[in-house]
Ligand binder design. Structure first.
Ligand code: SME
Length: 163
């Protein structure tokens, strides 16, 4: 019922510009996802920084700023380097409640080109079981698109610094 369509997902490729910086890319990605995902109350990014996840661009209520690797749904996604699709967050051991309205959650991993995780894309819903397996696959594709844009940005920035 709430499935994200492939065409909406692929639109992200056209919206995001790899000549922009990472914050710009993630800010517009969170705005776009917030616009096209129905029945969500939070969507955004946490990025690996100094051995923990730090809050990045997002849409929704203010959220916790730091998450240890292995803690909560986001920390589990990073530690295991795989998607976490949680039908009932209250049943997830160690779930970190940023918004008491959240009942289900989908976290997918942003990866470097060598496969190492460098952050996560998180979405929360007030509905139980909001996210289907198909939603998970589509959000993994979203994470690939965003990660690819950021790979280009990183190369461009380091090249710029050398010049
Ligand atoms: N629920 C997440 C924390 C981040 S917020 O949902 C925005 C978790 O358990 O990792």
């Amino acid at each position: 019922m709430h499935n994200e369509t492939i065409s909406s997902v692929e639109q992200l490729s056209y919206l995001l510009d790899e000549t922009d910086g990472a914050i710009t890319i993630l800010a517009n990605a969170s705005a776009y996802l917030n616009d096209f995902l129905p029945q969500i109350n939070w969507v955004g990014f946490y990025l690996l920084e100094q051995g923990e996840l730090r809050l990045g661009p997002f849409q929704g209520k203010p959220a916790c700023t730091r998450i240890a690797i292995g803690k909560g749904v986001c920390g589990a996604a990073m530690a295991e380097n795989r998607t976490q699709r949680v039908d009932d967050v209250h049943a997830f051991p160690g779930h970190i409640a940023c918004d008491s309205a959240s009942n289900s959650e989908l976290v997918v991993v942003l990866r470097e080109q060598n496969g190492a995780p460098f952050g996560v894309r998180d979405s929360d819903s007030p509905l139980q079981s909001r996210f289907s397996e198909e939603d998970a696959r589509n959000m993994e594709r979203v994470a690939e698109i965003i990660s690819a844009k950021i790979h280009h940005t990183a190369r461009r920035l380091s090249k710029d610094l050398e010049e």
